[in-house]
Ligand binder design. Structure first.
Ligand SMILES: Nc1ncnc2c1ncn2[C@@H]1O[C@H](COP(=O)(O)OP(=O)(O)OP(=O)(O)O)[C@@H](O)[C@H]1O
Ligand SMILES: [Mg+2]
Length: 313
């Protein structure tokens, strides 16, 4: 449904994204995860024909975003970051207005408007002025306008930004219900959001894709980079050095110590090597006291930070 190939965008000298390639199948919910300035909005704008790429290609619903932008627009709904809404209009009037702008034939407008009002749970506020609606409802209006042309592809730029926890849950549920036959791409900074809503995640940092996989696979894959927590009774600096010398150890981090002779460390191994035995042996050899040793699972947040910091190092 979506194919992006080496999408690259420069703004003057600034490279916003570089060789971004990915695809999304019909019915999939794909999440773009990345920090501020990563290039999420830029990628979404290229896909929705808001602006052309500097180089690279993308197809949406079978049409090229550069050569067939009209056909792409017909099949695509876009909720921009900070969706602009006409706050003096009522929800229903605004949706009528957008359907006219989108070129929906007059005789179909009422049916389409009532349909998206229903789909987005806007019945209660359909006669109210948008300016007085809560942020959660305004966001629903933004999503409703994106749905008016019954698009095959829905692009939502930070749909839950600025909402309270209850509204966030409601919008996530709404997005999941909208998927079905549609392909949805959404962007977020919120890590748990991708595992809750998306089938697949693309982690983007500094304009470059650093990972793409299902949230579960991503965790499995990176969990292989095992982290071991240990508490040792012995000389801090010497322990630190010796741990770093063990084969397969990638990194040793000092953790806060409980007292002057017992020290805590976090040791990361390379790949999926199990280094617990080697660590225990080293400590015994040195006649230090091993008070605790355990594997620590990585959260999606740890993985994200690891990927993002590794790339920018
Ligand atoms: N119109 C523009 N003119 C110049 N630079 C831009 C423009 N739009 C984006 N950029 C730059 O491109 C890079 C990517 O920005 P983009 O808005 O795509 O990131 P983002 O991932 O959406 O960030 P955020 O999470 O803050 O929304 C940034 O360095 C940004 O400053
Ligand atoms: Mg953005």
């Amino acid at each position: 449904m979506i194919q992006a190939e080496n999408l690259t965008k420069f703004f003057g000298q600034t490279q916003a994204i570089s060789n971004v390639s990915f695809s999304a199948a019909k019915g999939e919910i794909l999440g773009f995860l990345g920090p501020n300035g990563a290039g999420k909005t830029t990628t979404m704008r290229l896909l929705s024909c808001f602006m052309p790429p500097t180089s690279g290609k993308a197809r949406v619903a079978g049409y090229c975003v550069m050569n067939d932008s009209l056909e792409v627009r017909k099949r695509l709904g876009y909720l921009p970051e900070n969706a602009p809404l006409y706050t003096h209009m009522t929800t229903r009037n605004y949706l009528h207005f957008v359907s006219e702008v989108k070129g929906i034939p007059a005789h179909e407008r009422s049916r389409k408007v009532e349909c998206v009002i229903g789909d987005c749970g806007l019945q209660e506020v359909s006669g109210r002025i948008i300016g007085v609606l809560s942020k959660g409802y305004r966001q629903r209006v933004g999503i409703a306008q994106a749905l008016l042309n019954d698009p095959e592809v829905l692009i939502l730029d930070e749909p839950t930004a600025g909402l309270d926890p209850k509204q966030i849950i409601e919008i996530r549920d709404l997005i999941k219900n909208l998927a079905g036959n549609r392909t949805i791409i959404l962007s977020t900074h919120i890590l748990p959001e991708v595992s809750m809503v998306c089938n697949r995640v693309i982690i983007i940092n500094d304009g470059i894709i650093v990972a793409k996989d299902t949230p579960d696979n991503l965790m499995d894959q990176l969990q292989k980079n095992t982290r071991i927590y240990l508490q040792v009774d012995g000389p801090k600096q010497k322990i630190f050095e010796q741990l770093g010398n063990i084969k397969g150890v990638d990194k040793v981090v000092n953790k806060e110590s409980t007292n002057d002779s017992v020290f805590s460390f976090m040791v990361e191994s390379k790949g999926d090597l199990d280094i617990r035995n080697a660590i225990a042996q080293k400590i015994v050899e040195n006649r230090w006291g091993l008070l605790e040793i355990r594997a620590v699972n990585m959260t999606l947040e740890d993985i994200f930070i690891k990927l993002v910091t590794t790339e920018s190092e």
